[in-house]
Write a protein that binds this ligand. Structure first.
Ligand code: SF4
Length: 385
């Protein structure tokens, strides 16, 4: 999930940072009606997927050097059996090297979390979990057709803590039909009782390809108005900042810098990354490529001994600059003056934008304010092409 959420592009301004590795596990036991990520519910293809992944690892084992982060997302990585997960980790360690202290994240569905699975994940070096809770409200969970109940999510989070995971995040969703501001705050308050060092809070979006998107088109449900969305967003940010979180990216909050996602930060800062698995994206040296968004085609390519690449693009330096601007202005690190203005900094324009209250300057970088976050998609357009 995280890769499709976080990535859009990357570049050369890496300052020598080590790359990140993403693995897409394209399996889910059921399909959530709001989900636009690539996954299938036919779990019988897991063996073929794992075999193809091993072939794909071989293609890239000399190309990226040592990885500083590993993010296993999906889909639902925790639907994999311990045996398959074990084979996955073995293949990754056989093909690639990882820094000491690498951030190793696995996305986990509360319904799959057991004490044994957590012990197993820790034994394989996993030091960060991203738990897809979405809500602690029973009706909302039913609407979202999640597999877990609120009590199940609470149990899972207790197990995560008991298993000794000190770095874990809870994913939540706001803007559900009928959800009130108070109802959302109740979910946030419940989340905080588990003392998560990281929270991701996304507004429900009704993509046309999803079941809920089709309900929207049929007039059966309505998305939030812009005004309502703003209220949820501001309420979330203020509440979590009040409780000691840093609002470090539009949808992401961390207790301290140490708990900001190191992996996602690579996407936002044009650090090279390799994505393996169906639909996964990669970036290196100004070139982006992506795999077939189909388990069948992905496995078919591996069987034929060819890379499962579905497409690629070479980004010009101007495209890269615009992407850094677009991505950087979604984070509290912001962008450099050079990325904002190209080769000709414009003091009058900068003063005008500052006066709008949308950005501020920090350590000679342009960073968005909370008001700027609200219009993050349009903010880059205020700077010269
Ligand atoms: S479990 Fe996650 S990836 Fe799978 S369908 Fe639901 S939201 Fe999508």
């Amino acid at each position: 999930m995280a890769q499709e959420t976080a990535a859009t592009g990357k570049s050369a301004h890496t300052g020598g940072e080590k790359p990140g590795l993403y693995i897409h596990v394209p399996f889910c036991k059921t399909k959530c009606p709001y989900c636009d990520f690539y996954s299938i519910t036919d779990l019988s293809a897991q063996g073929a997927w794992l075999h193809a992944l091993q072939v794909e690892i071989d293609f890239y084992k000399h190309d990226f050097g040592t990885f500083e982060t590993l993010y296993i997302g999906g889909g639902t990585p925790t639907v994999l059996s311990e045996r398959d997960l074990d084979n996955l980790f073995r293949a990754l360690h056989a093909g690639f090297s990882f820094c000491a202290g690498a951030e190793i994240t696995v996305e986990a569905n509360p319904d799959d979390i057991t004490k044994d699975k957590l012990v197993f994940l820790r034994s394989r070096g996993v030091n960060r979990l991203s738990v897809g809770v979405q809500s602690f409200d029973e009706n909302e969970l039913r609407f979202l057709e999640r597999r877990h109940t609120a009590a199940g999510a609470e149990k899972a989070l207790s197990l995560v803590r008991e298993a000794g995971f000190t770095n874990f995040g809870i994913d939540l969703m706001y803007g559900l039909p009928g959800q009130t501001g108070e109802g959302w705050l109740a979910t946030l308050r419940k989340a905080l009782t588990f003392e998560p060092p990281h929270l991701s809070c996304y507004e429900l979006t009704l993509e046309e390809t999803t079941a809920l998107g089709k309900m929207k088109m049929a007039g059966q449900i309505a998305p939030l108005t812009e005004d309502e969305g703003e209220k949820f967003f501001l309420r979330t940010s203020r509440f979590l900042q009040h409780h000691g979180f840093i609002h470090y990216e539009i949808s992401n909050f961390a207790r301290s810098d140490d708990y900001c996602s190191r992996h996602n930060r690579k996407y936002w800062r044009h650090v090279p990354y390799l994505g393996l698995g169906p639909g996964a994206h990669s970036f290196q040296g100004g070139i982006r490529w992506w795999n077939y968004r189909s388990v069948d085609r992905y496995c078919g390519a591996a069987k034929s001994g060819v890379k499962p690449v579905g497409g690629s693009e070479i980004l010009s330096s101007e495209q890269l600059r615009f992407e850094r601007l677009f991505l950087g202005l979604r984070t509290h690190h912001g962008v450099t003056m050079e990325d904002a203005f190209g080769t000709s900094p414009s003091e009058p324009l900068l003063s005008r934008i500052r006066a709008s209250g949308l950005i501020t300057m920090r350590h000679n970088r342009i960073v968005p304010t909370l008001k700027g976050f609200l219009i993050a998609d349009r903010l880059p357009l205020m700077f010269p092409d």
